[in-house]
Design a protein around this ligand. Structure first.
Ligand code: NAD
Length: 329
């Protein structure tokens, strides 16, 4: 099994879970391509030292990918995430590390002899929908990307569907606002928790009325490994999101309550292309994977806060994301 993006937030948890369940993993990343290279290098060192894990530093947009394509399953989480950083100079990086990298990866997998081609689980994003209307987004809703990042994921999805038509078993997972230990430093709860622990105001984009299907990384790992193991229609897209959206204001209330602080808010200009609301219809995930998110926001945030506290106290944070109940093959 290969996991790309293994020095990243979600990828490192997927590797931990696979390693914990006794699988052999080839972990792939190019930590210098990360939005936060220093964090990625630190995570990479931990990932590479896990039992059963071999680590390969490969830039998917330029390097030879034969070793990656030789797997039975590739969980492809490498990429340039984030709406905000995809504007301006970030546009080219989003295209390179999302579209070019995925195109090369799929081509390398398709080049294998029939019968030896890996299944490829590809990370997509709720941002492909744009903002949700008066009901949860279903996978067959029209797509409405509102940023270069979202547009790059729409193109990634098109490539994966085309590859499925040409005989590659691909599945697209549309992740919704993932949080938990090791959350990326550019993401909301990470910035809020660090600010609150430092006694600084919380930097909030917009008025806090936007809502999100915040999804704990442990649930995301379970859905990803279930998708890797299941026999699915090639090219199918599946929402991986918590079924209950929560406003940013309410989430901040939960977070500050758990931290035991009354934090001041510093309002920042809303980010262009950020959805006012994300809302996941989870029927397909339930039917195809038997998955629904199990972690509520208060428990999930408590988990993330424990990680931030450990970080700020200088202790190496312990994260237990091994998910031994999931069989992958
Ligand atoms: P992350 O930035 O923590 O991890 C991505 C990793 O990919 C990084 O370690 C980076 O070094 C690596 N990478 C980037 N370009 C590469 C390249 N050319 N070759 C090899 N490695 C490369 O991001 P994440 O939050 O863990 O997200 C993982 C995936 O899930 C991404 O595709 C992202 O778009 C998608 N996603 C994430 C969320 C979320 O809430 N975190 C939501 C929707 C979709």
């Amino acid at each position: 099994m290969v996991v790309t993006g293994a020095a990243g937030f979600i990828g490192s948890h997927v590797v931990d879970a696979l390693s914990g369940a006794g699988h052999e993993v080839l972990a792939v990343d190019a930590p210098e391509r990360s939005l936060a290279p220093e964090t990625a290098r630190r995570t990479w060192a931990g990932t590479a030292s896990r039992p059963g894990v071999a680590a390969a530093e490969l830039d998917l947009a330029t390097d030879d990918l034969d070793a990656v394509a030789a797997a039975d399953v590739v969980v492809h989480l490498a990429g340039r995430p984030g709406v905000r950083c995809s504007w301006g100079e970030g546009r080219a990086a989003a295209w390179r590390d999302n579209v070019v990298a995925t195109r090369r990866l799929l081509a390398a997998c398709a080049d294998r002899p029939a019968g030896l081609r890996p299944k490829v689980v590809v990370a997509s994003s709720s941002s492909v929908y744009g903002s949700a209307g008066g009901r949860p987004n279903r996978e067959d809703d029209p797509l409405d990307p509102a940023s270069p990042y979202a547009a790059s994921k729409v193109e990634v999805e098109r490539l994966a569907r085309d590859a499925a038509r040409d005989g590659l078993r691909t599945v697209l997972l549309r992740y919704f606002s993932v949080y938990g230990p090791r959350q990326r430093p550019d993401m909301a709860f990470h910035r809020f928790a660090e600010a609150a622990l430092d006694g600084r105001p919380l930097p909030v984009f917009g008025d806090g009325r936007s809502s999100r299907a915040f999804t704990h990384v442990g649930d995301v790992v379970s859905a990803t490994l279930l998708a890797a193991a299941a026999d699915l229609p090639p090219g199918v897209a599946v929402n991986v999101g918590h079924h209950e959206p929560v406003t940013l204001r309410a989430a901040i209330g939960t977070l500050t309550g758990l931290l035991g602080v009354r934090a001041e808010i510093r309002r920042e200009t809303p980010v262009a292309g950020d959805a006012a609301r994300t809302w996941a219809d989870t029927g397909r995930a339930r039917r195809l994977l038997g998955w629904t998110a199990a972690t509520g926001l208060a428990d999930g945030l408590a988990d993330q806060i424990a990680w931030h506290r450990a970080l700020s106290s200088g202790r190496p944070p312990r994260v237990d994301s091994a998910d031994e109940g999931v069989r992958v093959g």
